[in-house]
Write a new protein. Structure first.
Length: 180
């Protein structure tokens, strides 16, 4: 397996992914504020409640985010561990799938909130996460992008997910306790 060759080029091919990612971010924020939260827990099957479900699914995505970083570093030849690129693709897909019920519950049941600083930061990070993830996924097939594009977008996705975990799961486990 060889290292992935960095792409070289201008910023023009990056405009559409960034624009669409920004639109996703804003659309989620607007929906989160405009939608009247139901307060109804969506799909906590197998868990003691919605907060436990969200905390554990986010923790799963959080762990897979580290797999993403290690496998990306391997693919780009930055570390000497040989990891098949499929590990990167599938850990990313699984992490994304784990976030869907969490995001759906947050938007549908709770909406975008800004009364409590932790919750406001969490709400904004959620919108940012899906916006930058959209931009990264749309940039993947593009040719002619600068070599820093995917590492920066991937790093932003990782950073947003770590922030989401800290403002939700970590808070839940340290405040409410470790519950299934």
């Amino acid at each position: 397996m060889t290292a992935v060759e960095p792409r070289r080029g201008g910023l023009t091919p990056l405009l559409v992914p960034l624009l669409l990612g920004g639109l996703v971010m804003v659309a989620l924020g607007v929906y989160g504020r405009a939608h009247t939260p139901t307060g109804f827990a969506v799909g906590p099957a197998g868990f003691s409640g919605a907060l436990a479900m969200k905390s554990w699914l986010t923790t799963g995505a959080f762990v897979l985010a580290f797999v993403q970083v290690i496998s990306a570093l391997s693919m780009w030849g930055k570390i000497k561990i040989r990891i098949h690129p499929a590990v990167h693709r599938w850990s990313g897909r699984l992490a994304f799938v784990l976030t869907i019920p969490v995001a759906f519950h947050c938007l549908y049941a709770l909406g975008l909130q800004y009364d409590v600083p932790r919750v406001m930061i969490h709400s904004l990070l959620g919108c940012f996460f899906y916006g930058v993830l959209t931009a990264k996924l749309l940039a993947l097939p593009k040719r002619g992008l600068p070599g820093w594009t995917l590492p920066v977008l991937g790093g932003l996705v990782f950073t947003a997910l770590v922030g989401l975990w800290l403002t939700s799961s970590f808070w839940f486990f340290t405040t409410i306790g470790v519950k299934v």
